[in-house]
Write a protein that binds this ligand. Structure first.
Ligand SMILES: *Cc1c(COP(=O)(O)O)cnc(C)c1O
Length: 387
């Protein structure tokens, strides 16, 4: 009997939609020009990049000049934070990065490095037991010492959604630019995106059925930012490097599909997510949901199992054909509890047993039922071995 394999890790990455692949293909070897070249090949490539930019801008509800293509979501986060921090220091002597203890590493490590090597200070807003910030605390702490505020939109590890519009309203009354990592929250963005009152917003195509290796940074007109990669004057001089035309085309096409199937997608995954949350909480002893129970990403379920080793749990599920995650990037062989789970106050005997189950367009109800049938067994076996 061939074993059924079930992918339940859509927050890590998604398969490329065949329509996206088809849109990208000609730009590898037929229309292969360099958009910076003067001749016809260059003009065609440039036109593909600019049409993609216009499509992205139209879907997000902003102007094409506010869309900058990058090589991934991590680069978008880096450019937003480094670029805005250095600009703020240069222009208004601001030196403090205000962020949260539950950011993706692309934000967290960037802020830490700016502190360690470049003399910035990092301050953290507190988060509640669901990992969400309180806008009232920000309103109290915001002042001109701040170079940038960066707050994650939808948490990749625990799924909670932050009150981004409220934060945007607070920041927009000051000079302090506000960045949000919206990479998991791609299907929750308002149209127009300007409703969020953010200055900088990161997206990555491979989280919404586009190719890996291409991202966008939305930069609201007038936001002060310096380049972090220098060379040619591509992307208004903010990001040197020959455009990756096929991937940029793929970004736009996948965002277009995401926008047109949004209602359907969100409805589909939310039903499955709720089935997973209910099923796990009712069938496994000593388990807790992490993150907010309702204000969470529509495709995201996350748990901690008391006295379970997350790596063993993932390996046990893998043996049954399930691809899940512990929630944060590759913690293999690393017995340290996740910083996010520590920040929301979970003790080690809980936080070392984290499981993230994220569903997508192709997840079927049957495969979720099968998962809910196998999981309690795997947990029971691991606890029996331990006892
Ligand atoms: C995936 C992810 C990133 C990194 O994006 P890449 O394109 O893989 O570099 C950053 N932040 C969040 C919240 C993510 O989920």
């Amino acid at each position: 009997m061939t074993k059924k394999r079930v992918y339940l890790d859509y927050a890590a990455t998604t398969p490329v939609d065949p329509r996206v692949l088809e849109a990208m293909m000609p730009f590898f070897n037929e229309d292969f020009g360099n958009p910076s070249s003067i001749h016809l090949w260059g003009q065609q490539a440039e036109s593909a990049v600019e049409q993609s930019r216009e499509l992205v801008a139209q879907i997000l509800g902003c102007s094409p000049q506010e869309i900058l293509f990058t090589s991934c979501g991590s680069e978008s986060d880096n450019l937003a934070i480094r670029g805005a921090a250095f600009h703020a220091r240069q222009n208004r002597d601001a030196n403090v990065i205000l962020t949260t203890p539950v950011e993706h590493h692309a934000v967290q490590k960037t802020a830490e490095m700016l502190a360690q090597l470049h003399g910035f200070e990092v301050e953290y807003l507190s988060v509640d037991e669901t990992g969400r910030i309180n806008p009232a605390e920000l309103a109290e702490r915001i002042d001109s010492r701040l170079a940038i505020v960066s707050i994650i939109f939808g948490n990749n590890e625990i799924g909670s959604i932050n009150p981004i519009t409220e934060v945007g309203n607070i920041c927009s009354e000051t000079d302090v630019p506000f960045h949000t990592d919206a990479i998991q929250a791609w299907n929750l963005l308002p149209n127009p995106i300007t409703d969020l009152k953010v200055d900088l917003l990161s997206l990555s195509a491979h989280k919404f059925y586009g190719p890996k290796g291409v991202g966008v940074l939305y930069i609201k007109q007038g936001t002060g930012i310096l380049p972090i990669q220098t060379g040619g004057d591509q992307e208004n001089g903010l990001r040197a490097g020959t455009h990756n035309v096929p991937l940029i085309v793929g970004f736009a096409e996948s965002l277009k599909i995401a926008a047109s199937s949004r209602a359907h997608d969100n409805h589909h995954v939310q039903l499955l997510r709720d089935k997973i949350i209910e099923g796990v909480l009712s069938s496994v002893p000593n388990v807790r949901l992490t993150g907010h129970s309702s204000d969470r990403l529509p495709n995201h379920a996350s748990f901690v199992f008391r006295d379970i080793d997350a790596t063993q749990l993932l390996a046990g599920l893998d043996l049954h054909g399930f691809g899940c995650s512990s929630g944060s990037a590759c913690k293999t062989g690393d017995p340290e509890p996740s910083e996010v789970l520590s920040a929301i106050g979970l003790p080690d005997e809980w936080s070392l047993g984290a499981l993230r189950v994220t569903v997508g367009r192709d997840t079927s109800e049957d495969s979720v039922s099968y998962f809910l049938y196998i999981l309690p067994e795997v947990v029971r076996d691991l606890r029996r071995v331990k006892a």
